[in-house]
Write a new protein. Structure first.
Length: 1064
C-alpha cells in the first residue's frame, strides 16, 4: 500500500523500540496511524480532529503491516466529510497490560504534540489538441481533461470559446476550424471552462495556410522515449505502387510524437544501429491501413488498434488501472499504474450490480480479487472500480474463456442440404447479428438482410440456420455488440463488424465473407475428384523447391500467356519456353522446367489471403511475399485471374494443385499462424484472446511483426488445427511449412502432425525452429523439440557451416574452409545431424538459401567482396561458367545438400544462379528484383544441368536418403585429407553392403589439382565409377577409374564415386 511517509520515534520507559507514524491520503480522506512499542496491548490516537477524546473509532490494534511485514498497532481512519486545510496536533495514548495509560509526545520537546499538515488539492483543467497548428484542410480536435490528485483524470462537460472573436475562426462540436481568410501564423487563444465554472484554462493554437498531405500519425509510448543515441522510432509507409519509405517523427504533440504519412499502409518500427550494423525492425507495431483518409490517427505502443479520436486515445493511455484479467474462476488480477494510497477501496460490479462478500488482496501494484461468484458467464460485464483514485476498468476474460470450448467441426458456414448454418465463437459478445450484402463493396448500413443469431452459453458460440436459397452467393459480415465502460464509469455499447475467421470464400481483398459451398461442382476444376497425390516411398525421398507464385512467371521471359502471368494457373501452364532467337536456343520454363529439374515438392510461399497486396490492381507492380495473414482459410485473390469473383481463386488454386500432382509434384503450403497483419478482426470478436500479451495485457512481439498468436489457448489451437485440416481435405495439399514455428506451442504442432498423417503417412510438416523476438511462450517448437515427433525443422546450423551466417559471413564453401569447427559441423550435417539435433535424418531440412536473406549467389559474392554494391552482382562470368570460382562454390554448396542425409531444400532460381542484386529482404521490392529471369537458364544451362544431374543421382541411388540413424552411424565414415581437420578437404565413405559403396570428396580449398588418392578408401571391386566431378553430374556414371587413380579435384568442387551399385 503506497503511503505519504511521516514517521516519528519516541523513547519510552527506556525502551528504544517505540516507533510512531502517520500516513496521509487526502484523495480518500483517510489517515493511517501506526504505533509500535513493547509491553503495550493497544493504543488510542487523540488530537484536534476528535477534540482529544478517546473512542473505538480511534483505537489502534496489533496487525501486520503489509508494506514491511512488521507487527504494529494500526488504524486507518476515514473522515467522511474530509478535513479543512491546516495543521493538526495529535498524541498517542498507550495502554499497557495493567491498564495504565502512557501519553506519547513528540520527541522535539516535553509536552509537545505530534502534528501534520492537511492540504486538499484541487483539480486542474488541461486542454489537449490533435495538433498545435490548424489549417483549413485539417481542423483540430479539442479535448479538455480534469486532472485530480495523483493523476486521476475525468472528462467534465466543457464550454469552449475563443478569447478574441476573429472572422473565419470558430469552434463546433469540439473542433477548431479556420477558413482561407485567416492569416498565416495567426495566434488563436482557445478558452475552456467547466459547466459549473469551477475550472478554467486556455491554450494557444497557430493558424496556417499549408495543405499538409496525408494523415498525421501520432505515436505514444508510456516512457516517452522515442529516440536515443543508437535507436529511433519512425514510420515505414508502403503501398501498391512503391517499395516503401521511412518517415521520422518531426512533430511533438499533446499525444506523443507525430508525422504526416501517405494514405497507404504503415508500420511504426524501432530502428537500432551499432558501429557496423543496422537493425531496421528491432520492434514494430501492427500494420495499419490509412486509406480511410482520417486526418489524424493515434497509435499506442503495445495496443494492436489505432484510434481516430484524440479523446479515445487519451482514455486508453491514461487509464490508471492498466489491466484487469480473469484467468480462472477463482480470482481476478488487477494491475495498477501505481500503488494505491491508504483508504482506497475497490469494488467489483457484474452487469452494473455491485458484488458483495468478495475479498481484495493488495500487494504493491497488484490487487487480487477472490471469493468470486460461481456463475460468471463469458459475456457478463465485469468491472473493477475504486472510490476516487482510479478510472473504472473492464475485466478481460483471459484464460477463463478456455472453459467455453466448442468441440464440433462446423464453425463458419456449413451447407447441409437445403440449409446453411452460420456459427461464430464469440463468447463475450452480448449480441451477434448476421449481415448479408449483395455486392462485395456494399457499405455497412446498406445490408440486404440482417438476422439475429442465437447464443449457446456453454460454448460461447452464436449460430443461425437459414435456407440455402436465401443466402447462397451473398456476401456477409458479423455485427457484434459488447458492453463497455467509459472513463466516467458509465456503460456504453461498443459495436464491431468482422469477417468470419472461418470463411472459406471471400470477396475482393477479403473484406467480406462469401456464402459458397466449396464442395459444390461450381468450385471444382474438371477432374478434381480424381486428383491424387504423387506416390513417394518415404519423407526421405522429398526434394523441396521453394517458389513464389508471382515471381515464378511474371517476367516476360517466362513464356506464360499474359493473362496468366503471376497467377496460380500461370504456375502450371504447360509447354512454356524461352527462346534466344539470336543464338537459336530454347529452354523450358515454368512447370515443365520443374519436371525437367526433377524436384518432388514445390513449397509455395504464402498463398492464403494476405493483406499487403491490393487485389484490385493485379497488373501493377503490386507484390509481397505474403507473410501478413488476413484470412487464413481462403486462397489469395491477387493470384487468381479475377479477384472480384470469389469462386475463381478457389477453382484456380485447386486446378494448380491438380496439375502439379499430374506432373508428379507434391505441394507444400507456407502457413503463417504465428501472427496476423492486423489484430483488429480477431480482437473485434474476442478482445485479448487470440494474441499473446504480457501481464499488463499489452501485445508481445515474438514475431517481430507487432503481435503473436496465442496458439496454446484451446480455441486458438482449434482454429489453427481446423485451418490446416481444411487445406488438407479441401485442397489436397501434401505438406505444411510453419513460419516462426517456435511461436507455435509444441502441443498444437503434435496435433497437426497426428491428424495430417492419418491422411498421408508421408505428409510433410516442417518449420523454422526460432522466433523473431522475445516472447512469453514457454512450450514453443524450438530446435530439437521435433525429435521423434514426426516433423522436421530448418537446420540453420548446417546452413551456416556451409555458407556462413546472414551478415553475411563465410562458411566452408566461401572462404572459411580451414576452420575445424565448421568442418566438423559439415560432417554432422552430412550425417543428418543425428548426433545433435535430430533423432532421424528426415527431421532436418537442409538448405543454403531461402526467400529471405541473400540468395546463395549473393551470399557467396557479398561475403567475399563486401564492397560490391547492389545492382552489380553476378558480373563478368566467363563463357564457361564453371571457370568462375563463385559458380563452383555455388555448386559445391548444392553438392553438399544433395549428398547429405535429410531433406534438401532449394530456393527457386538457384539452379540458374539467381541474384536479387544484393537485396537480402526483398519482400517489399519490385518484380525487377524478385522475378525469375528465364533467360538466365540459357546463360547458365551448365549449372542447371549440374543441378538436374545431382537430383537424379540422389533420387536413384540409396546412399543419401538412408533414413535409419543407426545405419548412418555405423555405415558412414568420414576423414580429412592428410588426417588434418583444418585441411579443408572432407572425404565421406558410405558402405551399404549389397547396395554398394559411395565415396564423396569435398574440396573446399582454393587449391586446384588436389590429390586425395593417399587418403581415399579403396573400392572392393578395384575401381570406382565417377558420377559427378567439377563439370558434370550423371546418374549412370561419367567414367571409371581404378583405385589410387581418382582424378585430382579442382578448387571448390566435389566428386561422387560409386562401386557395386544396386540401384533403387
Amino acid at each position: 500500500m503506497r503511503t505519504m511517509e511521516f514517521n516519528e520515534k519516541k523513547y519510552i520507559t527506556n525502551n528504544e523500540d517505540g516507533i510512531y507514524g502517520v500516513d496521509l491520503c487526502p484523495i480518500s480522506n483517510t489517515i493511517r496511524f501506526t504505533a509500535k512499542c513493547d509491553g503495550i496491548i493497544y493504543a488510542y490516537v487523540v488530537g484536534d480532529f476528535n477534540n482529544w477524546k478517546k473512542s473505538d473509532k480511534y483505537k489502534l490494534g496489533w496487525q501486520v503491516d503489509v508494506n514491511d511485514g512488521i507487527l504494529k498497532m494500526m488504524k486507518e481512519i476515514k473522515f467522511d466529510n474530509g478535513l479543512k486545510n491546516g495543521e493538526y496536533r495529535y498524541k498517542y495514548i498507550l495502554i499497557d497490560c495493567n491498564g495504565n495509560e502512557h501519553w506519547i509526545d513528540s520527541e522535539n520537546g516535553e509536552k509537545n504534540s505530534f502534528s501534520f499538515v492537511w492540504k486538499n488539492v484541487n483539480d486542474v483543467l488541461k486542454i489537449y489538441t490533435s495538433n498545435n497548428v490548424v489549417t483549413k484542410f485539417s481542423p483540430i480536435e479539442l479535448v479538455a481533461i480534469a486532472i485530480g490528485l495523483y493523476g486521476k483524470v475525468s472528462f467534465p462537460e466543457i464550454v469552449w470559446s475563443l478569447q478574441n472573436e476573429v472572422k473565419g475562426i470558430y469552434i463546433k462540436n469540439g473542433y477548431l476550424f479556420v477558413d482561407n481568410t485567416v492569416n498565416e501564423g495567426e495566434e488563436i487563444i482557445v478558452n475552456a471552462h467547466t459547466k459549473d465554472k469551477r475550472l478554467f484554462t486556455s491554450k494557444k493554437i497557430i493558424a496556417s495556410k499549408k495543405d499538409y498531405q496525408g494523415t498525421l500519425v501520432h505515436f505514444y509510448i508510456e516512457d516517452n522515449n522515442y529516440q536515443g543515441n543508437d535507436f529511433i522510432w519512425n514510420v515505414w509507409s508502403y503501398g501498391k505502387n512503391n517499395n516503401g519509405k521511412e518517415f521520422n517523427f518531426d512533430i511533438n504533440t499533446d499525444f506523443g510524437v507525430a508525422v504526416y504519412a501517405p494514405n497507404e499502409n504503415i508500420i511504426i518500427r524501432k530502428k537500432r544501429w551499432g558501429s557496423d550494423w543496422v537493425n531496421y525492425w528491432e520492434e514494430q507495431t501492427n500494420s495499419f491501413d490509412l486509406s480511410s483518409n482520417n486526418k489524424n490517427i493515434y497509435i499506442i505502443a503495445g495496443d494492436g488498434r489505432y484510434y481516430d479520436s484524440l479523446k479515445d486515445a487519451i482514455i486508453i493511455s491514461l487509464t490508471n488501472i492498466k489491466y484487469a484479467v480473469m484467468d480462472d474462476k477463482e480470482k481476478i488480477k488487477v494491475h495498477l499504474t501505481s500503488e494505491p494510497f491508504i483508504g482506497i477501496g475497490f469494488d467489483l460490479y457484474i452487469n452494473n450490480k455491485k458484488v458483495e462478500d468478495i475479498t481484495f488482496i493488495t500487494h504493491g501494484k497488484e490487487v487480487v480479487i477472490t471469493n468470486l461468484p460461481d456463475d460468471i458467464k463469458a459475456n457478463d460485464l465485469v468491472v473493477v472500480t475504486t472510490s476516487n483514485m482510479y478510472n473504472p476498468c473492464i475485466v478481460r476474460m483471459g484464460k477463463y474463456l478456455d472453459k467455453f470450448y466448442y468441440y464440433k467441426d462446423d464453425l463458419g458456414v456449413t451447407f447441409n442440404g437445403d440449409k446453411v448454418s452460420f456459427k461464430l465463437w464469440a463468447p463475450i459478445s452480448k449480441k451477434v447479428e448476421l449481415l448479408l450484402y449483395k455486392e462485395w463493396n456494399d457499405k455497412i448500413g446498406e445490408e440486404y438482410e440482417t438476422f439475429t443469431m442465437g447464443y449457446l452459453s456453454k460454448s460461447g458460440v452464436y449460430e443461425i440456420v437459414l435456407n440455402r436459397s436465401d443466402v447462397e452467393n451473398m456476401y456477409y459480415l458479423y455485427k457484434l455488440s459488447f458492453n463497455e465502460v467509459n472513463s466516467n464509469g458509465e456503460i456504453d455499447d461498443r459495436i464491431t463488424y468482422v469477417v468470419d475467421p472461418y470463411a472459406y470464400s471471400v470477396g475482393v481483398n477479403g473484406d467480406k465473407g462469401f456464402v459458397l459451398d466449396i464442395n459444390d461442382t461450381i468450385a471444382k476444376p474438371y477432374g478434381w475428384k480424381n486428383d491424387v497425390s504423387p506416390k513417394i516411398k518415404s519423407k526421405d525421398d522429398a526434394i523441396l523447391y521453394e517458389m513464389h507464385i508471382r515471381d515464378f512467371t511474371i517476367d516476360n521471359t517466362s513464356g506464360v500467356s499474359n493473362a496468366l502471368k503471376g497467377t496460380f494457373l500461370g504456375a502450371v501452364q504447360e509447354n512454356t519456353y524461352y527462346e534466344d532467337k539470336k543464338n537459336n536456343k530454347i529452354v523450358k520454363t515454368g512447370i515443365d522446367h520443374l519436371v525437367e529439374l526433377g524436384i518432388t515438392h514445390v513449397h509455395l510461399l504464402p498463398v492464403f489471403d494476405f493483406g499487403s497486396v491490393d487485389e484490385r490492381f493485379p497488373n501493377s507492380n503490386n507484390r509481397n511475399w505474403g507473410y501478413d495473414p488476413k484470412n487464413f482459410n481462403v486462397p489469395e485473390g491477387s493470384y487468381s485471374t479475377n479477384p472480384y469473383n470469389p469462386v475463381n481463386r478457389i477453382i484456380e488454386f485447386r486446378e494448380m494443385i491438380f496439375k502439379f500432382h499430374n506432373k508428379g509434384i507434391r505441394v507444400v503450403m507456407d502457413m503463417v499462424y504465428n501472427h496476423m497483419m492486423s489484430t483488429l478482426n480477431m480482437d473485434n470478436i474476442v478482445p485479448g484472446y487470440y494474441f499473446r500479451t504480457d501481464y499488463l495485457g499489452r501485445y508481445t512481439n515474438g514475431s517481430g511483426c507487432g503481435n503473436e498468436m496465442c496458439t496454446e489457448r484451446p480455441m486458438v489451437r482449434k482454429f489453427i488445427v481446423d485451418s490446416c485440416m481444411h487445406w488438407i481435405k479441401d485442397y489436397h495439399i501434401d505438406g505444411i511449412r510453419f513460419d516462426l514455428m517456435e511461436l507455435i506451442d509444441i502441443d498444437t504442432v503434435k496435433e497437426i502432425v497426428s491428424k495430417s498423417n492419418k491422411y498421408d503417412k508421408n505428409f510433410l510438416v516442417y518449420g523454422e525452429p526460432w522466433k523473431g523476438g522475445n516472447s512469453p511462450i514457454k512450450n514453443g517448437t524450438y530446435k530439437g523439440s521435433q525429435k521423434n515427433q514426426n516433423f522436421s525443422i530448418f537446420n540453420d546450423t548446417f546452413r551456416d557451416a556451409i555458407r556462413g551466417n546472414n551478415d553475411p559471413s563465410k562458411g566452408y564453401i566461401n572462404g572459411n574452409q580451414y576452420n575445424s569447427t565448421i568442418n566438423w559441423s559439415i560432417i554432422e550435417g552430412l550425417k543428418g545431424s543425428v548426433y545433435t539435433i535430430t533423432s532421424k535424418p528426415n527431421e532436418s531440412i537442409n538448405y543454403i538459401d531461402a526467400h529471405d536473406n541473400y540468395t546463395i549467389w549473393d551470399q557467396i559474392e557479398k561475403s567475399q567482396n563486401y564492397n560490391v554494391v547492389n545492382g552489380n552482382y553476378r558480373k563478368n562470368i566467363p563463357a564457361d561458367s564453371f571457370d568462375s570460382m563463385f559458380v563452383r562454390q555455388n555448386l559445391l554448396g548444392i553438392g553438399i545438400l544433395m549428398t547429405a542425409q535429410g531433406i534438401p531444400f532449394i530456393q527457386e532460381g538457384s539452379e540458374i544462379l539467381r541474384t536479387k542484386q544484393g537485396d537480402h529482404n526483398s519482400y517489399k521490392s519490385d518484380d525487377f528484383i524478385n522475378a525469375i529471369k528465364w533467360s538466365d537458364k540459357i546463360k547458365y544451362i551448365q549449372v542447371f544441368n549440374y543441378y538436374k544431374g545431382l537430383i537424379e543421382i540422389r533420387k536413384e541411388l540409396p546412399f543419401f536418403k538412408i533414413g535409419d540413424s543407426e545405419i548412418i552411424k555405423k555405415n558412414i565414415n568420414f576423414k580429412f585429407a592428410n588426417n588434418d581437420e583444418t585441411s579443408g578437404v572432407i572425404i565421406s565413405h558410405i558402405d551399404l553392403g549389397k547396395l554398394g559403396q559411395c565415396l564423396v570428396i569435398y574440396n573446399g580449398t582454393s587449391i586446384d589439382s588436389y590429390d586425395v588418392n593417399n587418403d581415399a578408401p579403396k573400392s572392393t571391386l578395384g575401381y570406382w565409377t565417377v558420377l559427378a566431378d567439377d563439370k558434370n553430374a550423371y546418374k549412370n556414371g561419367l567414367y571409371t577409374v581404378a583405385n589410387n587413380c581418382i582424378p585430382k579435384l579442382r578448387s571448390f568442387s566435389f566428386m561422387i564415386l560409386c562401386s557395386g551399385i544396386n540401384r533403387i
